[in-house]
Write a protein that binds this ligand. Structure first.
Ligand code: NAD
Length: 267
């Protein structure tokens, strides 16, 4: 018996990275999984790979910037598997070139990131909740980010959109708890997805290494395992929470690495 046996999951942004790792874990633990992604070929190919390993999965097109497309992905899930009991709102965008400091940020980019990162969570939930109520309950999980909890030199829209996800998580939890719908979020720190591995210069990785409490980086499965827990009945008394999965990068005094270096010098 799998940990999410018989549950029916829609995962957005599931053709790669965190969404894909989560789809694989949920399928392995007995859920029927819909992989929704802009990259529909990738989503379908990954669904086939899951099926080849004995899981149940199907891929579908999703443009998370469009209300109609989100509605269609939810309806597709229901027509394919009968209902929806797990919704993982995972799609999120970042843009280091246009999402800058408050004076210089491109305002169209602000709107785009708010739409894709925050409004898509609202819309996915809005369309899935009536089905979950009919099914007798469900679990909604959202991907936030540690950027929701700290200021930074750039990425003002990304941080604000992810903070919106954290509080929207509480609102959904408060509004639909009595319908046995739980809503939680996961806030990743740096996660070395294949895309991140390709994009991160070694100097940038070294900064994360210096300030992480743990001596290694996060991987997509670290987030997937957290989502699996939140999707399963093991977390049945947890709602409205955001679990930080970030290697201890943000939990300590930010100057601790510098203090340690100073102490080492004075020995
Ligand atoms: N990787 C990290 O270090 C990290 C850290 C904090 C938060 N996050 C968050 O985790 C989530 C997943 O990130 P990831 O690193 O796995 O990303 P990724 O780039 O590896 O995968 C994102 C997937 O979403 C799809 N996608 C992009 N725009 C879409 C759209 N409009 N509609 C449908 N699909 C779309 C892409 O095709 C891709 O398959 C995001 O919300 C991101 O903000 C990631």
């Amino acid at each position: 018996m799998g940990r999410v046996q018989g549950k029916i999951a829609l995962i957005t942004g599931a053709a790669s990275g965190i969404g894909l790792a989560t789809a694989q874990l949920l399928a392995k633990e007995g859920a029927k999984v819909v992989l929704a992604d802009y990259n529909v070929e990738g989503a379908k190919a990954e669904a086939e790979n899951i099926k080849a390993l004995g899981g149940e999965a199907v891929g579908v097109f999703l443009d998370a910037s469009k209300e109609e497309s989100i509605k269609e992905a939810v309806e597709f899930t229901v027509s394919e598997y009968g209902t929806i009991t797990i919704l993982y709102n995972n799609v999120g965008l970042t843009n280091l070139h246009k999402d800058l400091d408050v004076v210089n940020i491109d305002l169209d980019e602000w709107d785009r990131l708010m739409n894709v990162n925050a409004k898509s969570v609202l819309l996915g939930s809005r369309f899935a909740i009536p089905h979950m109520i009919k099914a007798g309950g469900g679990s909604i999980i959202n991907t936030a980010s540690m950027a929701a909890f700290a200021g930074d030199s750039v990425r003002s829209a990304y941080g604000a959109s992810k903070a919106a996800v954290v509080n929207l998580t509480r609102y959904i939890a408060a509004q639909y708890g009595k319908d046995k719908i739980r809503c939680n979020a996961v806030a990743p720190g740096l996660i070395l997805t294949p895309a991140a591995k390709g994009n991160m210069p070694p100097a940038l990785l070294a900064i994360f290494e210096k300030y992480n409490a743990l001596p290694y980086h996060g991987e997509a499965e670290d987030i997937g395992n957290t989502v699996l827990f939140l999707a399963s009945d093991e977390s049945k008394f947890i709602t409205g929470q955001t679990i930080e999965v970030e290697g201890g990068h943000y939990m300590a005094n930010p100057s601790i690495a510098d203090f340690q270096a100073l102490m080492a010098q004075s020995k």
